[in-house]
Design a protein around this ligand. Structure first.
Ligand code: E4P
Length: 221
């Protein structure tokens, strides 16, 4: 399973790349705003960071005000021309699905975002999305059951041999990463702090202290 970093902060992206060999980045308008920089500045900066790589994916979202498929498609084409690594995030609306289809026909990789139902994930796959992003954290915050959600999408994709990759999004903790893996997700995208938690465990720290104390009490030669 691949790990994408859900962030538009260049310092986090650089750290995640160098320390964790992160497989890609997902951005959205909120992450871009939190970077404190203009949209174009941020996405150019991220594109540059991954320049020359072929297997690293960067998701960039079209203007969320757009409601016309043609306009979404045009903006998607413009963004996709900026970097070979870009996948274009399109929202899961009827117009968005049409734009996804148009972009796919033009050879552009689309990440169907804001997906909250297996039916939306099925539409994304049949229209040729490269990725689909089910937002489990937002669903849970709304009091909805998510334990079968990702598994259902994975099963549907297996049934019909769809190539669309499932990016489990809005992930809030390390356990959800494990659950996404068990459900058969291809990718998770999570924030910097969530990934930090996947490397540590209190028992590891406790065990290390025990071993260090014993090391100190033992002659080396
Ligand atoms: C995914 O691609 C989204 O950017 C992301 O997961 C949105 O959710 P969050 O910002 O609430 O985590």
């Amino acid at each position: 399973m691949k790990f994408f970093l859900d962030s538009a902060k260049i310092d986090e992206i650089q750290y995640a790349r160098k320390m964790w060999n992160i497989d890609g980045v997902t951005t959205n308008p909120r992450h871009v705003r939190n970077s404190g920089k203009p949209f174009m500045t941020v996405i150019k900066e991220i594109a540059k960071e991954f320049e020359g790589t072929t297997n690293k994916s960067i998701s960039v979202e079209v203007n969320p005000h757009l409601t016309d498929p043609e306009a979404m498609c045009q903006e998607g084409m413009k963004l996709a021309a900026m970097s070979k690594n870009f996948a274009i995030k399109i929202p899961a609306t009827e117009a968005g699905f049409k734009a996804l289809w148009m972009l796919t026909e033009n050879g552009i990789g689309v990440n169907l975002t804001l997906a909250f139902s297996a039916a939306q994930a099925l539409q994304a796959a049949r229209l040729g999305a490269k990725y689909v992003s089910p937002f489990i954290g937002w669903k849970e915050a709304n009091g909805e059951e998510v334990s079968h959600f990702i598994g259902e999408i994975a099963q549907i994709y297996r049934n019909y041999n769809f190539k669309t990759q499932i990016i489990v999004a809005a992930v809030r903790n390390a356990r959800q990463i494990v659950e996404a893996a068990l459900a058969g997700a291809d990718i998770v995208t999570a924030g910097f702090d969530v990934y930090k938690d996947t490397f540590d465990h209190p028992y590891t720290a406790k065990g290390l202290k025990i071993f260090a104390d014993n090391w100190d009490a033992t002659p080396y030669e």
